[in-house]
Write a protein that binds this ligand. Structure first.
Ligand code: ADP
Ligand code: MG
Length: 385
């Protein structure tokens, strides 16, 4: 399981193909949150300190063919600021019979979006060989893309010695600890819109944890599965049966699945109120967990040895329904537990990272983190040395 990292590789002066995850959200050419870029900088600086030249690979968004809207140009610019050196962007690298680039030690180039070519997502080996042809060794630091078996994450490792970058190692080690050697009690928090996205995760969390705290639309679906009336709240009616099975599984595993019992709601007229479950007004919609539930959940978090947190507790995009999630993140931050947080929407809800300062590990991978917890490994990790 534990893979060789760049710290164990003979690097001196080598040409290193680095797969990073620079898939940041860009609005009219402006990068909104560059966490993923920043988190890769230590790996790049280390490789440069070993006189390597770097050929960087990443995807950005889901382009269908070459499309300037999905260019890595703003990423290359941002990276130049962090590395304090030129990062040249190479276009059209997959067409024709292009030669290996002539690179000086410590020179950095970035190939354009690897998804501009259809080979990437098919894990096409010809395309992988082309990417591999630019270097002497391969380094993967793209944890957030490690659940995808693509040419630049999996196929390429057939053609070059393959090592883990420092960010990937950090992500692997912390989840490894949570899966194999977690301090008890383990308290999981799961939220978000849909159970169907997270059935595998919830099952795994029931195995791993003494307590699973549930919020968000997921909690509504569990409540409805228990024949409670949640009025006009977001519910996933297609999976009520599955939800009942999960409740049954929880009961048979000595793992407590705990649902909220009071809520911040919107009533029929759109007014924001708090209400307990048995007194939800007609046609009300649950928007967030309520103050009493927060108090209970926070007590669990403060007493935890390990915390795994994924998914918002409410419709956080609309104020004040972000408060339940933020309260719990604050509690996880204050707790002495080893705490791991992941999920695109979960991180978006935290926004300013201040309230999450005490969190042990904020994962750069949403889907990748969930799949890693569920399966214990990921395709792009498997192929490393
Ligand atoms: P993550 O990306 O962190 O894994 P998800 O994608 O699973 O999280 O879920 C996030 C979505 O869940 C958000 O769009 C949020 O608005 C929605 N959500 C959570 N609770 C509710 C609720 N009570 N009603 C409506 N939407 C909700
Ligand atoms: Mg999401």
């Amino acid at each position: 399981m534990l893979k060789k990292s760049i710290l164990e590789a003979k690097l001196n002066g080598k040409r290193v193909v680095v797969r990073a995850d620079f898939n940041v959200s860009i609005d009219e050419g402006v990068i909104k949150d560059d966490t993923r870029i920043r988190e890769t900088v230590p790996t790049l600086k280390y490789l440069l300190s070993q006189n390597c030249s770097l050929i960087l690979l990443s995807h950005l968004g889901r382009p269908k063919g070459i499309d300037a809207k999905y260019s890595l140009k703003p990423v290359a610019k941002r990276l130049e600021g962090y590395l304090k050196q030129k990062v040249s962007l190479i276009n059209q690298f997959a067409s024709g019979n292009n030669r290996p680039l002539e690179l000086l030690p410590k020179q950095v180039v970035m190939l354009e979006n690897v998804r501009f070519y259809p080979g990437e997502e098919k894990n096409d080996l010809k395309y992988a060989r082309k990417l591999a042809g630019y270097g002497d060794i391969f380094v993967n630091d793209a944890f957030a893309a490690a659940h995808r078996a693509h040419s630049s994450t999996v196929g390429i490792a057939r053609f070059l010695p393959a090592y883990a970058g420092l960010l990937l190692v950090k992500e692997i080690n912390v989840i490894h600890k949570v899966l194999n050697n977690a301090d008890r009690p383990v308290v999981s928090v799961v939220g978000g819109a849909k159970i169907s996205d997270k059935i595998g995760l919830i099952k795994k969390q029931l195995d791993l944890s003494q307590t699973v705290l549930v919020g968000g639309g997921i909690a509504n679906t569990f409540l409805k599965a228990m024949n409670r009336n949640v009025q006009n709240s977001l519910v996933e009616n297609e999976v009520l049966k599955k939800a009942r099975e999960l409740l049954f599984e929880a009961a048979s595993k000595h793992s407590a699945l705990i649902l909220p019992f009071d809520f911040v709601i919107k009533n029929k007229e759109g007014k924001v109120l708090t209400a307990i479950l048995s007194q939800l007004p007609n046609e009300a919609a649950i928007m967030d967990i309520g103050p009493k539930s927060r108090k209970l959940f926070k007590d669990y978090l403060l007493g935890a040895g390990t915390i795994i947190f994924n998914g918002p507790m409410g419709k956080y995009e609309e104020k004040p329904f972000d408060e339940g999630t933020k309260d719990l993140i604050k509690a996880a931050s204050e707790s002495k537990a080893l705490s791991v947080i992941g999920g695109g929407d979960t991180l978006a809800c935290i926004g300013s990272k201040k309230i999450a300062e005490g969190i042990t590990h904020i994962s750069t991978g949403g889907g990748a983190m969930l799949e890693f917890i569920e399966k214990g490994t990921l395709p792009a990790i498997e192929v490393l040395q």
